[in-house]
Design a binder for this molecule. Structure first.
Ligand code: TRP
Length: 332
């Protein structure tokens, strides 16, 4: 770890494969950030069981998500790529921090309210304390910067409040984490409802392009994308569907809006959609090939996970010991 560099940390849930928006908005950026920060990227297996999971499927998804990080270009030597549950200190710190988090604070979390409505037959305590575990993830690594989507902002804010409270009582212990606002290459909207962001939880199978979709599937989804009744590829107001396709095309093919307008002047939406689909599939192809290669190499994947677990443990041991000392535990 380079003491001169700031720490950056983010975790992703293993239970959903990322979509095109995650790839363009987050994963591609992470790869670029590897040289500028001490990067910690993790798979949030502990968080995923707040909703009932099938064990066989979950195990496969954890490995898949981990392989995807590497396939996307994150370097297990340069960064710390870990599975949350492999570092037991997350759960330990989470317990301690839960004693510094108020019931009322957790009750105000909008994600808890949404999820407890959605999974009303299983409103477990983990669903409620989920943000404390997330705070533990962040504070354990003394993260300066945390790239998060809008849906996680409130959780990050809570992590800051917990840190501040703890530091207030015991003196400087945790680094105050700041949100890292990604300079997104493209804001990717749903292909079916282009005023809504592309989302992992969208029920409509044609709304999202998954990063592991094959070429035919990608092209089919773009062909079905909702546009408008005109026939002009341009970024005029009210043309949300076309604007979405233009910004995706711009991000994946590196073309400006002007160039795109010129390319499709006098052509129909069919041609345009096909071009966006092909360009997207081509952009994802190397990552998908790499994913296939890594996934087939079980020994390599396991070795990376082991190394990641050790690096994660070492990087966080001091923080937890400090916390134990501060709260008055006996440190051996
Ligand atoms: N809760 C986050 C999500 O669902 C995942 C997550 C867990 C996370 N721990 C984190 C994100 C720490 C950033 C930092 O997307």
């Amino acid at each position: 770890m380079d003491e001169q560099k700031k720490n950056m940390l983010s975790l992703i849930q293993p239970t959903n494969t990322p979509h095109l928006g995650n790839y363009l908005g987050a994963m591609q950026n992470w790869v670029r950030l590897q040289n500028d920060y001490n990067c910690f990227f993790g798979i949030a297996d502990l968080h995923s069981i707040t909703v009932r999971q099938d064990p066989v499927k979950l195990r496969a998804q954890i490995k898949e998500s981990y392989a995807l990080l590497i396939a996307a270009g994150l370097d297990p030597e340069k960064s710390t790529l870990f599975v949350q549950g492999h570092n037991c200190q997350h759960a330990e710190l989470s317990w301690i921090l839960s004693c510094y988090t108020q019931f009322g604070e957790l009750s105000r979390m909008t994600q808890f309210k949404d999820k407890s409505a959605k999974y009303s037959d299983n409103i477990n305590a983990g669903l409620f304390t989920y943000p404390v575990l997330m705070a533990a993830d962040i504070l354990l690594y003394q993260a300066d910067l945390v790239p998060v989507g809008a849906d996680q902002k409130q959780h990050l804010e809570l992590a800051r409040n917990i840190a501040q409270r703890f530091n207030g009582v015991y003196g400087d212990t945790f680094t105050m984490p700041d949100p890292y606002i990604t300079k997104t290459t493209a804001k990717v909207m749903s292909l079916q409802e282009p005023t809504k962001k592309m989302s992992k939880s969208d029920e409509n199978p044609n709304a999202s392009v998954w990063v592991l979709d094959d070429k035919d599937t990608i092209i089919r989804k773009f062909k079905r994308a909702v546009t408008d009744s005109e026939a002009e590829v341009c970024a005029r107001e009210g043309k949300d569907g076309i604007i979405n396709l233009m910004s995706i095309y711009s991000a994946v093919a590196g073309k400006s809006f002007e160039e795109i307008e010129a390319e499709f002047r006098g052509k129909g939406y069919g041609d345009f959609k096909l071009a966006v689909g092909e360009a997207t599939a081509d952009m994802l192809a190397p990552m998908q090939a790499e994913f296939k290669r890594i996934s087939a190499d079980k020994a390599y994947l396991e070795a990376c996970m082991k190394q990641g677990a050790e690096k994660a443990y070492k990087a966080t041991r001091k923080t937890l010991q400090k916390v134990h000392k501060k709260v008055g535990f006996v440190v051996l």
